[in-house]
Design a binder for this molecule. Structure first.
Ligand code: BES
Ligand code: MN
Ligand code: ZN
Length: 499
């Protein structure tokens, strides 16, 4: 996709090329946007006749004239309620609307009012990301070409304010890098588990390291995992014919003194529940159970592409959770890499068991902070729904840092508790910890309390079970969402500034 930024002329050539024009519900209906354009009169009339109200989510394509281009109006709702999320949705809807009509080359008008509210840089940055995320379609298995939407070709942002070309380019670059990284993460999630195996994930990491020579990759196979003493990962993998992989990506692009930060991502390429098998309904969705690791991979890609001056390590404990003849059983006791023992009460609580090894492994970096992302519990989804990830931890500084990054990224997180009562619940009478809480309630917190036992550094945990995939939003088609990629990159950008 080629992306250009142009200063909008006092009389942009509306009608000559396809243009997306955003309008507020309370837009001045005489002045502003309508005056300068040749099509202004027509828009004024449409507004006057109330054929288009400018409400959130509204999209209208004007009837085709002799001219080549089309004009598409997208509603922004009331200007006082306007914020980035509104713009992302409206633009995303417009982009999908055009792409689905095979219009792949168009301009997007960014009126002064939007630039004013979002800041020109942010407007360009986020609009670019939306171009990528809104137009992504999982099409690998569609053989009917009529159902395949083509990539956007050439997009031009028409901005009103005064611009510095170099800054525009940097924003468009960042938006493109993030958009592509997010889409790659979504793609990994959308791939069926028959293809997206631990080995496939490892190959993906190797490909990344090849693309960015400064990004170092290490892959442990079954033998190495055993030698490392990763009994959790080994145990969970025992019911599957697929070999587990422990994937390490190191991006060391800052002086040693800057310290190392670690992202760990749950990477269960399919979660059947194991012997504590899941019900059939929606079990298909468990191909998405690697999206914690997927987000980490996406973030590492973006961090490398943006050449951020930080030291960041990504850890992905990857395996299937199946119920083959060697499968680990309820009642088994496993020993994690840090020596702690885990009583397995439910083989479907496997995410925490593989993360125990990843979090233990992170110790060796003496990390300044470790953040893990995991599609960990249905309980978190029940508590927070499909828009908020659960944020856990007892280090207030780290929690604040993650929250700020989430805000900047436009990804919502909400704090949920860990305390000593939850820790008590996951304490086993016959082992150090058990992988199940006591009661039916508080499942997201007992899972977090379990993870905490494997940390001895500043740490936070994001339960992304509710947000990692979904039925779609105006700017994102159904399937994997790529949640977390932006958040992690925002964190890394912050760390870069601290250095
Ligand atoms: N991957 C699931 C969590 C999940 C469930 C994510 C549904 C998204 C939708 C996880 O491995 C799991 O099975 N968790 C169990 C834990 C329970 C056995 C303590 C759960 O949440 O039911
Ligand atoms: Mn499970
Ligand atoms: Zn799982």
């Amino acid at each position: 996709m080629k992306i250009f930024v142009e200063k909008s002329q006092s009389k942009p050539k509306v009608g000559e090329r396809t243009i997306v024009i955003p309008l507020f519900e309370d837009q001045d209906r005489k002045g502003g946007v309508f005056e300068w354009s040749s099509i202004g009169e027509e828009i004024s009339e449409i507004l006057h006749e109330k054929e288009f109200l400018g409400k959130k989510g509204e999209v209208l394509i004007l009837p085709k004239k002799k001219s080549k281009g089309r004009t598409v109006l997208v509603g922004l709702g009331k200007s006082e309620h306007f914020q980035l999320e509104v713009w992302k949705r409206s633009l995303g809807k417009g982009v999908r609307f055009l792409q689905e009509r095979k219009i792949l080359q168009f301009s997007i008008f960014l009126p002064g009012k939007i630039e004013e509210k979002l800041g020109v840089s942010d407007a360009l940055r986020w609009s670019t990301e939306v171009l990528f995320t809104a137009s992504y379609q999982f099409q690998e298995y569609l053989t009917n070409k009529d159902r395949v939407f083509e990539n956007l070709k050439e997009i031009t942002f028409l901005v009103e304010g005064e611009r510095v070309k170099k800054e525009d380019e940097a924003q468009v670059k960042e938006g493109s890098v993030l958009g592509e990284a997010i889409n790659r993460t979504r793609h990994l999630g959308n791939l069926p588990a028959i293809q997206m195996t631990p080995a496939y994930l490892a190959e993906e990491a190797k490909k990344l390291a090849k693309k960015y020579p400064k990004l170092k990759v290490k892959i442990f196979g079954q033998e190495q995992i055993r030698k490392e003493g990763m009994g959790g990962l080994l145990g969970v993998s025992s019911g599957s014919a697929a070999e587990p992989k422990f994937i390490i990506l190191e991006w060391m692009n800052a002086p040693k003194a800057a310290g190392v930060r670690v992202f760990a991502g749950k990477s269960i390429t399919f979660d059947s529940g194991g012997l504590s098998i899941k019900p059939a309904s929606k079990m298909d969705e468990m191909k998405f159970d690697m999206l914690g690791g997927g987000a980490v991979l996406g973030a590492m890609r973006a961090i490398a592409e943006l050449k951020l001056k930080v030291n960041v390590v990504g850890l992905l404990p990857a395996t299937e959770n199946l119920s083959g003849s060697g499968a680990y059983r309820p009642g088994d006791i496993l020993r994690a890499k840090n020596g702690k023992t885990i009583e397995v009460l439910n083989t479907d609580a496997e995410g925490r068991v593989v993360l125990a090894d990843a979090l233990s492994y992170a110790e060796k970096y003496k990390p300044k902070v470790v953040l893990d992302l995991a599609t960990l519990t249905g309980a978190c989804m029940v508590a927070l729904g499909g828009n908020y990830a659960g944020l856990f931890g007892r280090n207030e500084d780290v929690l604040a840092e993650v929250k700020e990054a989430a805000n900047r990224a436009g990804e919502k997180v909400w704090p949920l508790p860990i305390d000593d009562d939850f820790v008590q619940e996951v304490t086993s009478p016959i082992a150090d910890v058990r992988n199940l809480g006591e009661g039916p309630g508080g499942g997201a917190s007992t899972a977090a309390a379990f993870l905490e036992a494997f940390t001895n550094y500043p740490w936070a945990h994001l339960d992304i079970a509710g947000v990692a995939w979904g039925s779609g939003k105006p700017y994102i088609r159904a399937g994997a969402t790529g949640f977390g990629v932006s958040l992690l990159v925002e964190l890394a950008k912050k760390w870069e500034k601290q250095a």
